[in-house]
Design a protein around this ligand. Sequence first.
Ligand code: CR6
Length: 825
Amino acid sequence: MTSKSRKNITVKAFKARIQHHLNFHAVDLSHSIDKKAILMAVCSSVNEIVFDKLQSTNIRRHERNSRSINYLSLEYLMGRMLSNNLHNLQLFKTAQAATKELGFEIEDIFEEGHDLALGNGGLGRLAACYLDSLATLDYNAMGYGIHYEHGLFEQQFYNNRQIESPDEWREYGNPWEVCRPEAEQEIPLYGHVETVAETDGTLRKVWHPGQIIKGVPWDVPIVGYNCETVNVLRLWESRASSHFDWEAFNAGDYQDANSAQTQAETISKVLYPNDSTAAGKELRFIQQYFFCACSIKDIIRRYLKHHDDWSQFADKFVIQLNDTHPTIAILELMRLLLDEYRFSWDNAWQMCKQVFAYTNHTLLPEALEKWSVELFETILPRHLEILYRINEEFLNGQVDKMWPGDTAMRRKLSLIEEGQQKMVRMAHLSVITSFKVNGVAEIHSELVKQDLFPEFHKLYPNKLTNVTNGITPRRWLKACNPALSDLISKKVKGDWAKNLSLLSTLTDYAEDKKFQQQFMQVKRENKVKLSEEIKKLTGVSVNPDAIFDVQIKRLHEYKRQHLNLLHILALYRRLLENPRLDINPRVFIFGAKAAPGYYLAKEIIYAINCVAEKINNDARINDKLKVVFLPNYRVSLAEKIIPAADVSEQISTAGKEASGTGNMKLALNGAVTIGTLDGANIEIAEEVGDDNIFIFGKTVDEIKALNRQGYDPVSIYNSEPELKSIIDWLDSDYFTPGKFGELSAITQSLLNDGDHYKVLADFVSYSQAQEALDKAYKDQAGWAKMAIMNTAMMGKFTSDRSIEDYANNIWSLDKNLPATQAVKL
Ligand code: CR6
């Protein structure tokens, strides 16, 4: 189908397609149609168009032979796909009308869809936004990842505590994927390396693996917005290479007959639920290698399909490492070039240095991955040899040249960390190999240069750079906030979802009374909708006229949900002391999953839930304060919360949040940020202006100074009476009647364990900023202006801009090249 005929697709024709697919799925049409059945039929109808476009994109790509970007990421937090695909195909209204004629509201159909939750938090969602932009901008891009059987766990609360259960996203199949057995790969593991002499006397290494695993690719089409492009996200599933041991089976050993298969399938079974902490488990290491090896082999396969020598490989392929998780890809490419394709060492190394680039997403030491040499020895013995040689050449070459005879420096920069257990530093390998290394916000990239890798910055002065993160305005405004989108479209000329800077025209209306009213009316309607959802999910009634104050992100001490909690307790106390206190009613809304093994994060969830229970049932405060913790925070829930937010809590300890992306989504939807000078908050403040954001707390330099001087949280506790009384309150049994000390893990961490994240140091400043915010909200016109300015000035944070930065400054991608002759094999 051509784009012309697609644009003309009528409601009638679309409805006929849905009916055809209902028939095809053998749905019993004599009874009322089930919502799940209609969802599948709508998805199949959309897929007809999507796969058609995918074919023509592939043909176009083949003709142009353009350079491709290959994004390697262990996480993709895609969320639901249907609504987004309909928007991107400009089919939303058609589908809405067609399903209506069949007796369904399209929003109800969306609700039947499962989130693709193959990621933990920001890093995984960033990868999803980047895929959307790459397709929208028509770049030749391929995403590679793992086809986890279970994505991020589902969260429920039981007695106020987090309970996890497995995510079953594919229990009944996933309409948005297609298996590609023709691109299957075989992946070796374990075994030993043999040195064999060639006839000419040269020595060659041969790896004799102990096990071979099969990698089966599943392709998820990525639909560009309002364009012809459909790219692919290729996700690898692990299987046993020889399916079933008939001999064992015939001998009556049923369990053994299946065991190889079970073991192999374990690799892609489950996503590790840690955000910004290294898992350090053998299975995680195998997951990383499995997906890197499948992807590198697939990249080579794609290249060799169209080329008969290697001369253009580095021109045609660039590989982006999303954090250090895919670093083993470097060693795998080296291994294949050396052992399979017989490159010389120098040529193989030159090639690797030209194709890889690496994004760093954190400075937190606990997230910087290290794998034991022992693990390498057992699982990837050949890779370890290669790694040793890279290290040797690096230390004896570049390091010795810059710092001659400096053994301390050699030890510091080595790929191997010495100690009781020798460890491989994956970030060092990524930095020395990659031609570019980027941080994800300006301040973060500066800290990468100054604090994390100062020596590497000295060695390679042009390597370290910045690409500030971004978000796709298609999902995060157009699709999730239709009322605001319609209002914007009335004022802004042109396709703002494709060119987000156009929103800046809204600044002309920031003080226009009528527009302010319309803008705030949309916000109110969104708040009414969210109130209904809150009631449904928690049973708590909230007032849509209250300030909706939102903190949604992974639960982590550095993100300081407990600072928010302390402030809530302060408000509660003030209200109890003075029931007539003149503050705006406020609803504090939390959404967060804690890693199942992160004790304190789970304790913070528990504490917030206990405090919420008490406050929400306390008639004395007259509904001026409500606290709700929405269970099972995920992309599809974020899409409901964000359009209804008045306040965006971005309160990490300065220097700890590399960028943040929720901050951008909330501001884009007209929420005003209260935040520290951390990550992308700084750039948001630059865009919206100091009058339209509430900044508080210590700066990165002040935090550093505090650490140098010696930080003493107890003295702050002793000198701030309100803070002291709140902390003591939390330590009593007020929120957990009859159970003293039930919440003391938090107070312990703040007072006895050194308050690592400087919660007490920032409390007073935070509380003052909150007061200023409360005051500002009383001036409704002033608040409306601030909210509008936030939406208007978010142009910079579209992921299209991030992708253009990568494309121009790192990947050197060619765009819309005239068709050249296809390169023959
Ligand atoms: N946890 C950063 O902490 C950043 C994203 C995407 C994070 C966060 O500030 O916005 O990456 N880091 O760049 C890691 O996952 C290691 C994150 O999501």
